[in-house]
Write a protein that binds this ligand. Structure first.
Ligand SMILES: C[S@@+](CC[C@H](N)C(=O)[O-])C[C@H]1O[C@@H](n2cnc3c(N)ncnc32)[C@H](O)[C@@H]1O
Ligand SMILES: *[C@@H]1O[C@H](CO)[C@@H](O)[C@H](O)[C@H]1NC(C)=O
Ligand SMILES: *[C@@H]1O[C@H](CO)[C@@H](O)[C@H](O)[C@H]1NC(C)=O
Length: 318
């Protein structure tokens, strides 16, 4: 990319020069010196611009092979500009559950008269599957932070959320876990999860997650927010729903991870901790690790690791 940017102006410059020169010497071609000069210059310029013109730089500058120093950030400062603050008036911890129920579920708990009859026959009493969802990082951080509020981005069937709820209960904490997931999984995930049913193309993932929460008796600790991380975090930001601990485990491509991490960090209470999976798994290459590193660099934060997880403690800067 760097090369394109250096070469391209020269290339245009040469074409312009050549055009001017041709116009200038057009009516004097009879003069041999002019002609010779033109010949030599054209040759020289032709030498420089002989290779086919480089393609214009793509709008989204890929940074796969240029980690951390972003050409994009320097060339397009706007690319990196978004608000870094949320509502000035935080919702008090003890009002968060009711606030979410009011704003997201029109005042009535989603567990009320669950499961609906047209869905019940598609659910298993318990169907949990996670990825590193019971790693030591969860217990370490819950013991350390003693969170009143946890936001989880990426919940799937609830393995990590249920684990955190049980840990918090065991430690006698009154923790509310807000689970942000569109509960769609990913396109085609049912080829691997054949037992998660659908009704007219509507995946039953949220219902099976809720069934799991009911099964493990942690409905008091866990609330789903069944929207994309982008729109859900935007809403929580406007409402002032902040968290002491935020787990980032939704989209694992660079764009998703970068956006989720930036949005999540705004929702951390002072001294809060943000962490996520796939810093050291095959998925890290898809962008998680790159997004985490870039974010820590931009904010001057330190990345710690715990098993396959990354951890950023907002209280510990460089
Ligand atoms: C790896 S799974 C989460 C696993 C869970 N944390 C656990 O350990 O059991 C990723 C989840 O992120 C959700 N997801 C991916 N992109 C999302 C987005 N943009 N908005 C909301 N949810 C998303 C998917 O629906 C999926 O359930
Ligand atoms: C929301 O709740 C109010 C009051 O309980 C009710 O009148 C209204 O119909 C509900 N709206 C929806 C969309 O369910
Ligand atoms: C379920 O959890 C509640 C607290 O949220 C507790 O009071 C109740 O005894 C539990 N029920 C069972 C069957 O464990």
């Amino acid at each position: 990319m760097k090369e394109d940017k250096v070469i391209q102006p020269h290339h245009h410059h040469h074409q312009l020069l050549l055009r001017r020169l041709t116009v200038f010497s057009g009516n004097r071609l009879a003069r041999p010196i002019s002609f010779l000069l033109l010949l030599v210059l054209s040759y020289t310029l032709g030498y420089f611009s002989a290779s086919p013109p480089p393609p214009p730089p793509p709008l989204q500058t890929p940074i796969d092979h240029h980690p951390t120093t972003t050409v994009a950030a320097q060339t397009f400062p706007d690319h990196n500009r978004f608000s870094t603050r949320c509502a000035a008036m935080p919702v008090p911890s003890k009002l968060i559950r009711q606030t979410v129920i009011n704003r997201v579920f029109n005042g009535s708990s989603p567990y009320y008269s669950f499961p609906p009859p047209h869905v019940a026959h598609l659910l298993r009493p318990k169907r949990v599957k996670g990825w590193g969802s019971t790693g030591s990082v969860f217990e370490t951080l819950i013991r350390k932070v003693k969170p009143r509020t946890i936001i989880e981005l990426g919940t799937f069937l609830g393995a990590s959320a249920i684990h955190m709820a049980e840990l918090a209960n065991r430690l006698g904490l009154k923790t509310q876990i807000i689970c942000v997931d569109d509960f769609r999984g990913w396109p085609g995930f049912q080829t691997r999860f054949t037992d998660i049913g659908s009704i007219n193309g509507d995946v039953m993932l949220m219902y099976q997650f809720m069934q799991n929460v009911v099964y493990f008796n942690v409905t008091d600790s866990i609330l789903p927010v069944p929207y994309s991380t982008g729109s859900a975090l935007e809403a929580l930001c406007e409402l002032g729903v902040f968290a002491d601990l935020i787990e980032v485990d939704a989209g694992h491509d660079f764009h998703s991870a970068w956006s989720d991490i930036n949005r999540a960090y705004k929702l951390l209470r002072p001294g809060g901790v943000m962490f996520g999976h796939d810093y050291f798994t095959a998925a890290d290459e898809r962008g998680v690790r790159r997004a985490v590193k870039l974010f820590a660099q931009v904010k001057g934060l330190r990345i710690q690791t715990d098993g396959q997880h990354w951890v950023i403690d907002s209280a510990e800067s460089h």
